[in-house]
Design a protein around this ligand. Structure first.
Ligand code: OAD
Ligand code: ZN
Length: 254
């Protein structure tokens, strides 16, 4: 058995307050491209992330974002949580995992069954009208996306629809992240903290591991921008393949 697998399994068994920070890399095997990996959006430029996720650009022209959003939500219907999502969910149910901080907007942690998820960059689960703040559900947003280029606040005139552009509650560049205090607190309390599938370059999420006083395990195929003396294990492998071996060692059936 590979040493890093045994070490990781042992760390999990010894720890009482486990937490994780995840990024786009945990969802690539589900079929969602990441940002800075070899097939990432910054490499393929399929969408221009600097335009698509910039809040001032969105106010000026929401079209590029909605082109991305339409594809993303269609993709989301077809995909499933990865092994690593399920592993973290199992670790919450049967082990000592107390929460997951994620930068992802794909809600795959919740779909895998995780209960305590801090979505620093928000999600598509709710949207709001930029003008009147009326709330729209995920289903309403999807229906609108199927019919309108740019979803707007417009139902029968009697309900006072204002025609404002809708914006999902995801965090754009230029906006404040969500759950910052809870995420910092979770990291500070943890005795074992996983950094999984993130390049750790987008702040403030990238700062969360700095609050960890316990041990840190990094699982990411490419180098991560993390300078912390308490990193005890760095695994430069495929995330699912690694956690499948750890699960086997722990006797988990996922
Ligand atoms: P990145 O794309 O920056 O980093 C993902 C990391 O996961 C890369 O280093 C990949 O090498 C690694 N990776 C991908 N698939 C993997 C696999 N199967 N096994 C092992 N490693 C793998 O994504 P994030 O760090 O999540 O923000 O990006 C942070 C933020 O930048 C995003 O939340 C988004 C983006 O701009 C906003 O839009 C606000
Ligand atoms: Zn409105």
């Amino acid at each position: 058995m590979n040493d890093s697998v045994s070490q990781c399994a042992r760390l999990i068994q010894e720890s009482r307050y486990i937490a994780a920070l995840t990024g786009a890399g945990i969802s690539t095997s589900a079929g969602i491209p990441d940002f800075r990996g070899p097939q990432g959006l910054y490499v393929t430029r399929r969408y221009d992330p600097d335009t698509v996720f910039d809040i001032n650009y969105f106010y000026h022209d929401p079209k590029p974002f909605y082109e991305f959003a339409r594809d993303f939500l269609l993709l989301e219907e077809k995909i499933n949580p990865t092994f690593a999502h399920k592993f973290l969910s199992d670790l919450e149910k049967t082990g000592n995992l107390k929460g997951v901080v994620t930068q992802n907007i794909d809600s795959l942690h919740q779909r895998a069954g995780s209960q305590k998820v801090y979505e620093m960059h928000g999600s598509f689960s709710l949207s709001h009208c930029l003008k009147c703040r009326k709330e729209f559900s995920f289903t309403q947003m999807k229906e609108k996306l199927a019919e309108e280029d740019i979803p707007r606040c417009a139902c029968p005139a009697s309900c006072g629809a204002c025609g404002g552009v809708l914006k999902p509650d995801i965090v754009f560049f230029g906006e404040n992240v969500k759950c910052l205090a809870e995420s910092e607190d979770l990291a500070a309390r943890s005795d074992l903290f996983f950094v999984i599938g993130t390049s750790c370059v987008v702040y403030p999420a990238a700062m969360i591991p700095q609050y960890v006083q316990g041990k840190i395990v990094v699982v990411n195929q490419d180098p991560v921008s993390l300078d912390a003396g308490n990193v005890v294990l760095t695994v430069r492998e495929d995330i699912d393949a690694f956690f499948a071996r750890v699960a086997e060692q722990l006797g988990y059936r996922i």
